[in-house]
Design a protein around this ligand. Structure first.
Ligand code: ADP
Ligand code: MG
Length: 606
């Protein structure tokens, strides 16, 4: 067979088919054109997932008759463009290609009118040629109708996916545009039914509310924006009470362009590390503004991948924005419930003088009992008999002297009313938005875990008067000894003692009571399990596990009775702890039962 040239029409079809792969590609180009034409209202209507019909109407500048006739030509563009713009150009291939490509693979109708014109112009185009032209009544702006995608390329048509799949792609894209331009009005219809209507809003947070389900919107947090080293990070994420099972809720925009990049996703997840349980993902919309010269936008039309010149700086900026936001969120959650109203201050219900008080009984017979205790933290009363000293957890010991800290004022400011301890496991707090339930073990575990991390390598230790002997099998001991430094780092001084014994000579102050035999055996188990990892990761993993396990073992347990003072101390510590909303294993430390939920339950509200 001899070599021959394709006809220009076929060449165009091939080229267009290369770039237009699916309806969403067309939608993207047309919406971008509308935005470029300064439209403030963009309505997208599709049928059959865009396979048979796409219509985009905008109220932008419209086109003159001459422009309308030209815009389908290959390389026809009204937009300034030099090769230096390449990295920022986000459309099909190069400037001026999009409409030409679309017109090569579908039946297109264009209706457009400019400001000041009396009539609009309507053109129908097929295979890049104008089939008909007429004047019509039309509003200022432009409407593109794209029918029967790939009507002329059956081979391509076969590759279109199901209506549901194509529709989902369009929805994802539509949402991306809405999230990029909150100040524009976007409407989306499918098979003539309106699916989204997003009037202009002033914040991304509000836009999220228009697009996503109520549970997500209720959890949305505006990212505390950062601007550092020429990188600006803004956006919205969700609080730790929201999660999903996939990464589909992570949106990234670089200089307003939707991108995919695993490093960016990783940075967000790092910010949520230990906040969400494993295999749960947050929602986040992250807008990055960076010097276009430091990002390589893969201009291949079908791809959204990007490469960064300094990925680490960007990752750090994102992680920081996320962690700061979560921190702020939690600080607010633990903020003062309310100042006591002096008129209502009364004797607390439960006093050491009245240990057998029964609130239900008492309330029914004496009107005085309706005086609710309203002191922010009543330090003098116990819900239980005052627990004996031995019940007091060593790490929650309260100084006997009044608190002399300079920060006393600040600490006192941050008060919530402790209702008490539930089943010796949970602290119940009155909170301005409802009732806060805190898991005492999870919370304390997190406090210790963060504290151990900060004091890494400089833990205060005590020498044991009688060394503790731990017996292991010879093979386990042989496995352990090369990693003895892991124990030393945590303040556990030890040495080999014969064939099958480890002698522990000093332990951290806090670890006086923890079962060290168990801990050492666990450490041997981790070493065996993880030794296929590269050395650096391996040490990191083991250190993390040790830290988490020590925190777990040293923390108060469910079942430990806490005094009011101890609870107070725990809350005070929690307040200044990083990542305080989950324990190191990812379990939440707290749960807010909202007043709304309570009122609903009691049918005070509908
Ligand atoms: P490009 O956007 O790269 O310029 P396109 O093929 O997408 O290339 O569009 C060609 C030209 O058609 C644009 O430069 C613009 O002048 C005009 N155009 C396309 N869509 C619209 C629209 N919705 N409103 C006004 N002008 C438009
Ligand atoms: Mg364009």
């Amino acid at each position: 067979m001899s070599i021959r040239f394709l006809s220009p029409e076929d060449a165009q079809k091939v080229a267009a088919g290369e770039v237009v792969e699916r309806p969403a590609n067309i939608v993207k180009e047309l919406i971008e054109n509308s935005i470029d034409a300064h439209a403030t209202h963009i309505e997208l209507s599709v049928a059959n997932g865009g396979k048979t019909h796409i219509r985009i109407t905008d109220n932008g500048t419209g086109m003159s008759e001459a422009d309308a006739r030209l815009c389908f030509e290959r390389h026809a563009t009204s937009k300034l463009f030099t090769f230096n713009d390449l990295p920022t150009v986000s459309t099909f291939g190069f400037r001026g290609e999009a409409l030409a490509s679309v017109c090569g693979v579908a039946k297109v109708t264009l209706t457009t009118k400019q400001q000041g014109e009396i009539e609009g112009l309507q053109l129908t185009i097929q295979e890049g040629k104008i089939l008909s032209s007429k004047t019509v009544a039309a509003p200022v702006g432009t409407t593109f109708i794209v029918d029967d995608l790939f009507y002329n390329i059956p081979a391509r048509k076969k590759f279109l996916k199901t209506t549901a799949t194509e529709w989902n792609q369009i929805v994802a894209l539509f949402k991306a545009f809405c999230l990029t331009y909150p100040s524009l009005h976007f409407v989306l219809l499918h098979d003539n039914t309106q699916v989204y209507n997003c009037p202009p809003v002033t914040t991304l947070h509000d836009r999220v509310g228009q697009l996503f389900d109520p549970a997500l919107s209720a959890s949305a947090l505006t990212l505390s924006s950062t601007e550092d080293k020429g990188i600006s990070v803004t956006g919205v994420t969700t609080n730790p009470h929201y999660s999903r099972y996939d990464r589909g809720g992570l949106y990234f925009f670089v200089n307003k362009r939707l991108v995919k990049n695993y490093q960016l996703a990783r940075a967000v997840l790092k910010g949520f590390c230990n906040v969400l349980p494993a295999n749960k993902y947050p929602f986040a919309v992250i807008h990055l503004e960076i010097d276009p010269l430091t990002v390589d936008v893969n201009i291949h039309p079908k791809k959204e991948e990007v490469l960064f010149l300094h990925p680490h700086i960007i990752e750090q900026a994102i992680t920081k924005a996320i962690t700061t936001t979560l921190e702020q969120y939690m600080s607010q959650r633990l903020a003062p419930a309310h100042k006591p109203n002096p008129l209502y201050v009364s004797e607390p219900f439960f006093t050491p003088n009245n240990p057998g008080f029964d609130p239900f009984f008492e309330r029914s017979i004496t009107p005085h009992s309706y005086n609710f205790p309203t002191e922010p933290i009543a330090k003098t009363f116990y819900l239980q008999e005052p627990p004996s000293e031995t019940h007091q957890h060593p790490l929650l010991e309260i100084p006997k002297e009044p608190f002399q800290d300079e920060n006393l004022h600040a600490v006192e400011e941050v008060s919530y009313r402790i209702i008490g301890q539930l089943h010796k496991t949970y602290l119940l707090l009155e909170h301005k938005d409802g009732m806060l339930v805190i898991d005492q073990h999870a919370a304390h575990e997190r406090i210790l875990y963060e504290r151990f991390g900060k004091n890494f390598g400089k833990t205060e230790t005590i020498q044991l008067l009688f060394p503790l002997i731990i017996t292991l099998s010879p093979s386990d001991l042989a496995i352990l000894i090369p990693y003895a430094s892991l124990l030393h780092e945590q303040g556990i001084q030890c040495e080999q003692f014969g064939e099958e014994q480890l002698r522990i000579t000093a332990v951290p102050v806090y670890a006086k009571q923890i079962p060290l035999q168990e801990l050492v055996q666990e450490l041997v188990g981790w070493i065996k399990e993880n030794d296929s990892q590269p050395a650096a990761d391996f040490f990191k993993t083991l250190t993390e596990k040790m830290r988490a396990q020590l925190a777990c073992k040293a923390a108060v347990k469910a079942g430990d009775v806490l005094t009011m003072d101890a609870m107070e101390q725990l809350l005070r510590d929690l307040q200044t702890t990083e990542r305080r909303f989950s324990c190191p294993h990812g379990r939440p430390t707290q749960w807010l039962v909202s007043t709304h939920e309570i009122e609903k339950k009691f049918k005070r509200i509908a």
